[in-house]
Design a protein around this ligand. Structure first.
Ligand SMILES: NC(=O)C1=CN([C@@H]2O[C@H](COP(=O)(O)OP(=O)(O)OC[C@H]3O[C@@H](n4cnc5c(N)ncnc54)[C@H](OP(=O)(O)O)[C@@H]3O)[C@@H](O)[C@H]2O)C=CC1
Ligand SMILES: O=C([O-])CC(=O)C(=O)O
Length: 252
């Protein structure tokens, strides 16, 4: 059975820890020891507040569900220590230097970097953007202002522009934009809206290209402990882990 390490023991990690059919959580690490201990109680995994100790454990794959900063700090070391990695805080890869460094390290060490679909759907077939022209790629994300850490009493556009600039300003809220860029190989135009009347994290994806047109709207239920994060993001990682050993691979 696949041996998993959890890097970051917050909201997503807690959802994963309750659904471990098909894999086994062996170690968990968080800067806050209490959070790692909670996961340890749920799963029997070893709990660590030192990354150096955590990464010495016998693990096949590390799931990063921590922060963009944590990817900068630890992702390369995960690969260097002979483990694959799932990166949920994919906004970190908006930095081309880090992206190339991780890609080179994975190639050299023979490890894999997995980017889950996270809080959106449709990422699989958008990879056709690498072989066929895409002329428009827009992500419109709308969240309750409390998810964005701002206050407003009316629907307000808080950002319009490039995905890499948006993730710099909202590192906990717009990772999906960078996942779209990595999948398609194209820049994403981002609109970020705050709407006090909205309780679900809503992502609209609008694509035009040689294949035709595509429009997707997803209305995600937020996780109970972190309204900025959609429950779907945690489900997406559980699905990825369960599918790793499946002989039939579904989706492009
Ligand atoms: N790609 C996608 O579609 C999505 C991506 N995300 C991203 O996934 C990540 C996890 O989300 P979620 O579980 O809700 O976040 P939480 O804030 O609930 O949990 C993250 C945990 O990781 C800890 N942490 C943060 N930085 C570090 C670090 N450098 N080293 C060790 N521990 C660290 C946090 O501690 P502390 O609180 O002290 O910082 C916290 O305990 C976030 O970055 C989020 O933005 C979320 C949803 C969708
Ligand atoms: O969970 C979501 O809806 C999206 C999110 O936070 C992100 O992309 O960072």
């Amino acid at each position: 059975m696949i041996k998993v390490g959890l890097l970051g023991c917050g909201n997503v990690a807690h959802v994963i820890a309750k659904e471990t059919e098909g894999f086994s959580i062996k170690a968990c690490f968080d800067l806050m020891p209490r959070r790692a201990e909670e996961i340890s109680k749920l799963t029997g995994a070893g709990s660590f507040s030192s990354f150096e100790e955590f990464i010495k454990e016998d693990l096949d794959i590390v799931v990063e569900a921590a922060s963009v900063t944590a990817v900068h700090e630890f992702a390369r070391e995960v690969l260097e220590n002979g483990k694959d990695i799932v990166i949920l805080s994919v906004g970190a890869l908006a930095d081309p230097g880090l992206k190339n460094e991780l890609k080179d390290t994975a190639k050299r060490t023979g490890r894999k970097i997995y980017i889950p679909s996270g809080a959106i759907m449709g990422l699989d077939n958008l990879k056709i953007g690498r072989i066929s022209n895409i002329s428009k790629l827009l992500l419109r994300t709308t969240k309750n202002p409390r998810s964005l850490g701002i206050e407003t009493d009316k629907k307000t556009m808080v950002f319009s522009g490039r995905a890499d600039e948006c993730i710099r300003q909202f590192p906990k809220n717009i990772n999906v934009a960078i996942a779209l860029e990595l999948a398609t190989g194209h820049d994403v135009e981002v609109e970020l809206w705050a709407d006090p009347d909205l309780q679900r994290n809503t992502h609209e994806i609008i694509v035009e290209g040689d294949f035709g047109n595509f429009y997707l709207k997803i209305e995600n239920k937020p996780c109970p402990d972190n309204p900025a994060t959609s429950y779907l993001a945690a489900l997406s990682i559980i699905t990825l882990l369960r599918n790793l050993e499946e002989p039939i691979k579904i989706g492009t």
